[in-house]
Design a protein around this ligand. Structure first.
Ligand SMILES: *Cc1c(COP(=O)(O)O)cnc(C)c1O
Length: 359
């Protein structure tokens, strides 16, 4: 059977071209006689793969020499601890914005290490919006401010970068590389790879060099950014295959014309899908239009008794993984970079015909 369209929130769709290239190279990479998976991470072959991937990632986001780019493991969830362990320094508190399930997890973890000042929250609005920046209760002595630019579960995305006096830390797991980004506005950016980068098992951290070297003395070496920076992300065995595959994705993004071109396609995909949902009485999306995510589009059916039917029929139409997160229910279409525009077109056609049949 042909490949289906995959709307999974993560691990998510990968570009088909990349999968076929990996298939071609899997058993014998460039004639060296073994797979990338079987190479020493210290071999000149793997080092060249790693360096090229790192450089391509830097090129895509125009990252300056003031920043280290680290290829780590442990998922974005480990960053919920690594960030406070490394950035608190002598301070005892940090500012956090609460805009959804991922913010909440980051906050809960940070509370192990410091006083967390929740500067703003949209919880009372059921996480359907971004709190107005003018109302944020920023503190003067915070070590940093942490926020989640794109909430993967709620489908809420900031349309601006907060301007604060302390280092800005962002969990970009589900929207990194979806558009150009001014990295210079951040102290630290992190992202688990399995949404918009590559396969699971890799987490990328972009950290301003002057923030390194302040890890708590009790922090495990593997949780110290400085240790990884000094070792070129090879303090221990890095996730070599995920690093290689992500490198193929970076090349693919460059071939698309870079992030500006990719952002235009993403914008078009999201506009089409939200446009159709808004025009229909059968489907709806609860998020304030200004803050709707271009990557994760949650929607509900007017009659939730039809949810199971919708998902079954979608599967039959080869539109996979449209169920909403288990914590919120309903539906969610994740339309990351690797989900082609024709997948969104096919989804809308399916939604139309389902509405016709069941409305
Ligand atoms: C998926 C996700 C996480 C968790 O990522 P893991 O790699 O599973 O730890 C954290 N934050 C955001 C915004 C996410 O989308």
């Amino acid at each position: 059977m042909a490949r289906a369209f995959n709307f999974c929130a993560g691990p998510a769709a990968l570009p088909e071209e990349v999968l076929f290239q990996a298939q071609e190279e899997i058993a014998n990479w460039k004639g060296v006689g073994c797979s990338v998976m079987e190479m020493s991470h210290r071999s000149k072959e793997f080092v060249s793969i790693a360096e090229e991937a790192t450089q391509d990632f830097r090129d895509l986001l125009a990252i300056s020499d003031d920043y280290e780019v680290l290829f780590l493991q442990g998922g974005a969830s480990s960053q919920f601890s690594m960030v406070p362990l490394n950035l608190l320094g002598d301070k005892t508190s940090a500012d956090y914005v609460n805009t959804g399930q991922w913010s909440k997890k980051a906050i809960a973890e940070a509370k192990r290490y410091c006083d967390v000042n929740v500067v703003a929250s949209s919880e009372e609005q059921n996480f359907s919006t971004v709190p107005d920046f003018g109302q944020w209760n920023l503190s003067k002595d915070a070590a940093y401010l942490h926020y989640t630019p794109n909430e993967t579960i709620g489908g809420v995305e900031f349309d601006y970068i907060p301007e604060v006096d302390v280092p800005l830390v962002a969990d970009y797991s589900s929207s990194i590389l979806s558009e150009p980004l001014d990295v210079n506005k951040f102290g630290l950016i992190y992202a688990g790879a399995q949404k918009n980068i590559g396969p699971a098992g890799l987490t990328i951290v972009v950290v301003r060099k002057d923030l390194l070297g302040k890890a708590k003395s009790f922090a495990p070496a593997m949780f110290d950014y400085q240790v990884h920076a000094k070792a070129g992300s090879m303090n221990n065995t890095p996730p070599t295959y995920a690093w290689y595959l992500s490198g193929l994705v970076f090349k693919w993004l460059k071939r698309q014309g870079g992030l500006k071109a990719v952002a235009e396609i993403n914008q078009r995909k999201a506009e089409k899908l939200y446009g159709y949902i808004d025009a229909s009485d059968f489907y709806s999306n609860p998020v304030e239009p200004r803050y709707r995510s271009r990557m994760n589009v949650p929607f509900v059916l007017a009659n939730s008794d039809l949810d199971a039917k919708f998902l079954q029929k979608a599967d039959e139409a080869r539109l996979l993984n449209l169920a909403g997160h288990r914590s919120v229910g309903g539906m969610r279409a994740s339309i990351y970079n690797a989900v082609p525009e024709r997948a969104v077109d096919a989804l809308i056609e399916f939604m139309k015909s389902f509405e016709k049949e069941y409305a």
